[in-house]
Design a protein around this ligand. Sequence first.
Ligand code: NAD
Length: 350
Amino acid sequence: MKLLVTGGAGFIGSAVVRLAVARGHQVVNLDALTYAANLANVAPVADSPLYTFQQADIRDRAALDAAFATHQPDIVLHLAAESHVDRSIDGPADFIDTNITGTFNMLEAARKYWQAAGRPDGFRFHHVSTDEVFGSLPADPAVQFTEATAYDPRSPYSASKAASDHLVRAWFETYGLPVVLSNCSNNYGPYHFPEKLIPVVILNALAGRPLPIYGDGSNIRDWLYVEDHADALLLVATKGALGRSYNIGGENELTNLQLVQTICAILDRLRPRETGTYADLITFVTDRPGHDARYAIDPTRIRDELGWRPSVTVEEGLERTVRWYLENEAWWRPLLGRQGVGQRLGRAAP
Ligand code: NAD
């Protein structure tokens, strides 16, 4: 099977690339290498004969046509996106260009390739999206996002992802393009770019800096270990029913405060402070505008139709993640100097 993975130098895309190569798939990693990319994320497979890197921007339609013609993929996993909510609030234009127009370009390039290849059943386009398109949930644990939940995006990031989801469904209904979609909860794990909440907390704690938590820390997220997500994505891409979407969650709901306290407790065990505990560093900062209260995934469809469940608990996944950051300073240290990352260590949310 030949996979074309867009955004394969990013956090989740690189986990997909590493897993797909490990499973014997040929993989083309198409990525523009924005500030969020890091080819070190795919270093474990870079020398494999199964792996190819193609630098291209999904805003460039001609580059996409050329990539499809050159690489002739069986399956596309489309992950390339601007992904950081706070950056979307500070400057939404890139989110519109990449997430909406870029996805439109991907669909049109895929449609041209699929029609020219004359293989109606030999191609699939998997669009990877977020549960943030569904908006914000009340605290009641009985209420979760299902695939039938109405879209209600509330940030420029989630609105741009919602728009891209609608385009993908329209290309299925209108042109019959063989698509499948997934919407997942917050990911965490190794290789997570150090402007997102979990790496920010780990790296600030190690430096003895304040651990910033938006508002009162009561916002709830459902945490999904990135390697579990990569496993689910390969399953949905290959076995998901065409035209259908699958919600992917970790079955791990935590408030932001509980999450940060759990990380602090792991660090207290693995690398104790000379005085006090890491939780002493927790600092509450002014809330993000329009901060969604709760996200939670109902995983029934992917469990019942495809037999998938997450393999690690959030406690196991967080311990693996903290250990990874402790052992991989050579990976994260150079990223702290990248565009805008240093200032974001002072405010972070999932
Ligand atoms: P990321 O920011 O870590 O990586 C994004 C990658 O896309 C980078 O390598 C970047 O260079 C590339 N990219 C950006 N713009 C591009 C362009 N114009 N052309 C080509 N490549 C471009 O993102 P991530 O956290 O790995 O998220 C991947 C996907 O999963 C996104 O579509 C995101 O919306 C979705 N998602 C993420 C999460 C999460 O918790 N991180 C949750 C749900 C869904």
